[in-house]
Write a protein that binds this ligand. Structure first.
Ligand SMILES: Cc1cc2nc3c(=O)[nH]c(=O)nc-3n(C[C@H](O)[C@H](O)[C@H](O)COP(=O)(O)OP(=O)(O)OC[C@H]3O[C@@H](n4cnc5c(N)ncnc54)[C@H](O)[C@@H]3O)c2cc1C
Length: 377
């Protein structure tokens, strides 16, 4: 069993690890789990600046849709893992939302229709002007789940397998193969300060710091990486859609339409916007401000708002009163995310790797993390 060092007062007992992972998002935690499972002789430390999952991290703020564009060994592996996560990680979290393997419908303007059951047809009509969509295809191997829950299963699993997890600690690179772990604490005026620094040496380092990775590599290693990122907010439709399941069928599957991806969410619907503007090396400490719609301030940032307005004509639901736009960006949680299509790992220098997410992280991230674990054996 590893240790969870969640407070600055808990000392780090080791001064060397075979592998240190910077960032405890879904990718960093699953890498720690796979490596300890495949090679328990490797000592592993995961360092996380916040908690798990971090409120501002991509893992916390994403929709967790599994609807791969292409099926292959990676997506098969993740599909099986998501459905058997308690067995795979040996962690029971009975109150977490479970993965819903409900299939996905891809709506198109032309093509052949498919017959939906009456409740599914009814719900689709509530959301979309179905007259616009003559064709549809059905993807049976699709569903939705909670990325945070996946991260927690793998995080607890990694610790159960012997990895150490240090929370509330900022990793800063020191001289060769050394990290300074700034243990953060909060004082009674709510100011976060560095309470102490622990030095640790490592053989190999994996930067799995999500959208912070580019800045981390540049500031700490003087490596310029040009990792594109974008700020992602998910829209919410508060249309009341009672989610029911009869046998294997739910009354609203995942819906892919005009570049949007929709999934049921707490009695409403979560909408993922189509492509958002990408930036390289932005100031990601800065949260984009909300836009204004007809002079009224909304929480959706201006770039996302513009993207949404382009679709108003075909998707009347976006113009309905059920669309929740919030008053400030705090009402509509979002996060900076790595803006590549596929999650990936890369060896940058001897003993230095990156493990980065991308649009298809929920479909492939766990497999990519496992591939890296195998490469590190
Ligand atoms: C438009 C768009 C749509 C997307 N859609 C999907 C989707 O449908 N499904 C999907 O699965 N994914 C999707 N993604 C991608 C997904 O959000 C991310 O790829 C994934 O969650 C990233 O997980 P992570 O572990 O890499 O990063 P994160 O969850 O961001 O974790 C990184 C962690 O590193 C920590 N950290 C940073 N710096 C330091 C430091 N110095 N010291 C210690 N810790 C540090 C942070 O606190 C953070 O917790 C989408 C992305 C985009 C842009």
């Amino acid at each position: 069993m590893g240790k969870v060092l969640n407070h600055a007062n808990i000392p780090l007992e080791r001064s060397h690890y075979d592998l240190v992972i910077v960032g405890a998002g879904m990718l960093g935690l699953s890498l720690a789990f796979w490596l300890r499972t495949l090679a328990p002789q490797h000592s592993v430390l995961v360092v996380e600046e916040g908690g798990i999952p971090r409120e501002r991290g991509a893992t916390q703020n994403r929709s967790g849709i599994f609807a791969p564009l292409k099926q292959d060994n990676q997506t098969e592996f993740v599909w099986d893992t998501l459905q058997n996560i308690a067995r795979v990680t040996q962690i029971q979290r009975p109150y977490d939302p479970v993965f819903q393997p409900c299939g996905a419908v891809h709506l198109a303007r032309a093509g052949n229709p498919i017959p939906f059951s009456q409740p599914v047809q009814h719900n689709l009509e509530q959301l979309l002007d179905m007259q616009n969509y003559a064709g549809a295809t059905w993807q049976p191997q699709a569903g939705y789940g909670s990325p945070s829950s996946v991260a927690l299963h793998f995080g607890f699993g990694a610790v159960a397998q012997g990895a150490d997890l240090m929370l509330n600690a900022r990793a800063v690179a020191g001289t060769a193969q050394t990290l300074c772990l700034e243990r953060l604490d909060i004082d009674n005026t709510m100011r976060v300060h560095v309470s102490r620094c622990d030095l640790v040496t490592y053989d190999r380092l994996v930067v799995a710091a999500g959208a912070w990775s580019a800045g981390w590599l540049e500031q700490n290693m003087h490596i310029s990486s040009d990792i594109p990122v974008r700020y992602v907010q998910h829209l919410r439709l508060d249309e009341k859609i009672p989610l029911e399941r009869s046998g294997t069928e739910v009354n609203l599957p995942v819906v892919l339409v005009d570049g949007f991806r929709l999934r049921p969410h707490f009695g409403g619907v979560l909408l993922e916007l189509p492509d958002l503007p990408t930036v390289v090396a932005p100031n990601i400490q800065h949260i984009p401000t909300g836009g204004t719609l007809e002079g009224v301030e909304v929480g959706l940032c201006s770039a996302a708002l513009e993207g949404m307005l382009n679709h108003l004509e075909h998707m009347p639901m976006l113009g309905s009163e059920h669309l929740f736009l919030g008053k400030t960006s705090l009402d509509l949680m979002g996060s900076w995310q790595v803006a590549q299509d596929l999650p990936s790992w890369c060896k940058i220098a001897n003993g230095l790797y990156t493990l980065l997410g991308g649009k298809q992280t929920f479909e492939r991230g766990l497999a990519v993390a496992r591939d890296l674990a195998v490469a590190l054996l």
